[in-house]
Design a protein around this ligand. Structure first.
Ligand code: GP9
Ligand code: MN
Length: 630
């Protein structure tokens, strides 16, 4: 071996090749990306290459082999951490990290039990390229009489790297036109330009959005305002103000999807109490209601509930735009004499809640400090839901009335761990432990809601309240499609099925209303704010928001998801395919076309309001644009 003459840049070549191969293997093993054809496979394979050529190639500017090698080793470690960070994040969120989310370090510290379930010793393999480079450095002969790289050789190298990049972008463009301009979907981006380039792109988009706020002015609101006013649903006269002055108790049901409602698992009822509500004389149960959250999960659902605007396509709006001006549900109630608060037994900084709640003008946040939490009454992410609701009702008893409390439950959260004494039904028996345990934690959540109702009655808070409960987002991601298909008795879960599975239950329980019914209107979380305000007799005709009152005659059967999918009473649009809502068969895209445009428009307007922080130019009292910045 010593006799062989090794080219002087072998380490560079080795680094490019091993990191390349490792990255492709990681794509295959650690991310669940749908590859539909050979071209997509080819793009996936070449997409890390251009970046790696550039990145490691920068070593050619360094003067000595020692400095070059140090740069290459350091660089490989950095890239390995970035990729591994993506992998762990993906295991948890089924999505790729974006820059704003990366700065949510306060969140990562608290993943607690989840982190343990996510990381394993085998993960050292994600650093295998670093080890190979180190071994190569040790065993390859040292370069003798090193001369710095000639300029033209270096130029040729970077021309080659650029050629690879353009080849990549060209192939991606044929496969996925306008990828970079319209992308909502991180998976598509990573599939087409690779994780590393994706991060560069993300940095670019992020800086653009900071610039957007700086450049925005009130005139952008004119178009948005016209659209909002033209699409507003008039309140239902019978319902408007019917429950004026009642307390509002909103309950976020963690990870609860609608498929468990009125369903069984191995012969056992999963949600007996919630099932009883679907038949209850005082409950409106919405069985065609969908979550509209993105990467911000619970926080997105809160954002939508409070503002009737969408979260963002990238990152969590709670973090990226926590200091914007908003006209929240809480603020409207506050102006109408309500004491407003959120109750959630987690630390206040999680999802940046403490900050954004101030922007929402929420009077008080009962965070973990307000609760008695100990080893005996906690599991998984913290305080169990049954003691959480029990302690919350005690706190509510002392609140000035009318109040608005939004309670966020937590036990039914991935990885769905439960103490044996809280397991009321058996596990399911699929290959997915996650889905198997999910039924048990859902059963526990159901029990906690039942006891919550009893607690409210006991404390005398029940009669004079409206209790609204909804699933915040999905609990079972597409990673568990196989197990899910087994449970649902299907051959596979298609894009059509996945879209419909985003249905979460909504219950609007109004003691004494005597008008309970099952509501089949296609609707989403964005509709909650105007619906509730109208029940309380609060006008929303000047509000800058995108939802529609669920009881209004003018409410349309149309729900848009954050990623651009949508559902109506006739069609389901998912994966850029239009399906017949009834049969699930693919139909001509013209059936979806008008809605595609509206969905894009609504998501775009919402983004515009948030990115430009446009509500600082709007007076929700008068409906006027204000010139002065608040
Ligand atoms: C954390 C809880 C869970 O406080 O709301 O957040 P999620 O992971 O579901 O977004
Ligand atoms: Mn959640």
């Amino acid at each position: 071996m010593r006799n062989l003459k090794w080219p002087k840049h072998s380490i560079l070549a080795i680094a490019v090749i091993v990191t390349w191969i490792k990255t492709v293997i990681v794509y295959e093993t650690s991310f669940d990306m749908d590859i539909e054809n050979a071209m997509q496979m080819l793009i996936l394979i070449i997409n890390p290459l251009s970046f790696l050529l550039f990145f490691y190639g920068l070593s050619l500017f360094l003067k000595s082999p020692k400095a070059q090698n140090r740069y290459i080793v350091g660089g490989s470690i950095l890239l390995a951490f970035i990729l591994y960070g993506n992998v762990t994040f993906y295991r948890f969120y089924n999505d790729f990290v974006t820059l704003p989310v990366l700065f949510q370090t306060s969140n990562f510290g608290e993943l607690g039990t989840s982190a343990a379930a996510i990381i394993s010793w085998m993960d050292i393999l994600y650093f295998v390229d670093v080890f190979i480079i180190l071994i190569a450095l040790k065993f390859l002969p040292k370069v003798q009489n090193y001369k710095p790289v000639r300029k033209d050789a270096r130029k040729a190298y970077f021309v080659m790297a650029a050629a690879v990049l353009f080849l990549n972008l060209g192939l991606a463009e044929t496969e996925r036109p306008q990828l970079l301009t319209r992308a909502f979907d991180r998976e598509l981006l990573v599939k087409n330009i690779g994780t590393y380039n994706y991060h560069l792109y993300d940095i670019y988009v992020q800086s653009k959005s900071s610039a957007q706020r700086a450049l925005a002015d009130g005139s952008e609101l004119v178009e948005v305002n016209n659209y909002v006013r033209a699409n507003q649903a008039e309140p239902n006269v019978q319902m408007f103000g019917k429950y004026e002055g009642r307390n509002v108790i909103a309950v976020s049901l963690e990870s609860l999807q609608n498929f468990v409602i009125n369903n069984e698992m191995n012969g056992e009822e999963i949600t007996p109490f919630l099932n009883s509500l679907t038949q209850d004389k005082d409950t409106y149960y919405f069985n065609n209601f969908y979550h509209q959250t993105g990467l911000g999960k619970t926080s997105d659902s809160e954002f939508i509930f409070e503002n009737s605007l969408f979260g963002l396509g990238r990152g969590a709006v709670f973090f990226t735009h926590g200091e914007n001006t908003y006209n929240s549900f809480a603020e409207s109630l506050g102006e109408n004499g309500y004491y407003t608060n959120v109750m959630h037994a987690n630390s206040k900084s999680f999802w940046n809640r403490d900050m954004i709640y101030k922007s929402f003008n929420i009077d008080n946040f009962y965070d973990v400090e307000s609760y008695d939490v100990n080893d005996g009454n906690s599991v998984n992410w913290g305080l169990k839901d049954i003691p959480f609701f029990e302690q919350s009702t005690k706190l509510m008893k002392d609140m000035p009335q009318p109040f608005y409390s939004r309670l966020i439950s937590l036990t039914n959260h991935y990885p769905f761990y439960l103490d044996p004494e809280d397991m009321m039904i058996n596990e399911f028996d699929s290959s997915s432990g996650t889905l198997n345990r999910y039924f048990q934690t859902v059963r526990y959540l159901d029990e906690s809601v039942k006891e919550f109702f009893d607690d409210l009655k006991e404390q005398g808070l029940y009669e004079n309240s409206i209790i609204v409960m909804y699933g915040d987002h999905y609990g079972i991601s597409e990673n568990h499609n196989k197990a899910m298909a087994q449970y649902l008795g299907k051959d596979e879960i298609t894009a059509y099925d996945s879209a419909l599975l985003q249905s979460v239950p909504l219950f609007i329980h109004i003691p004494g209303s005597n008008d309970g019914q099952v509501m089949e209107e296609v609707s989403g979380q964005i509709d909650l704010r105007p619906t509730l305000l109208h029940l309380l007799g609060i006008d929303t005709s000047k509000d800058m928001q995108l939802g529609a009152d669920l009881f209004s005659e003018e409410h349309e059967d149309f729900v848009v998801f954050r990623d651009g999918r949508f559902i109506t009473d006739k069609v389901v649009y998912a994966g850029e395919v239009c399906y017949d809502r009834e049969t699930g068969e693919e139909i001509d895209i013209v059936n979806c076309q008008p809605y595609i445009e509206r969905a894009t428009k609504e998501l775009g307007y919402s983004d515009q309001i948030i990115n430009g922080d446009l509500l600082r130019f709007y007076d929700a009292e008068t409906g006027n644009l204000t010139v002065d910045e608040k």
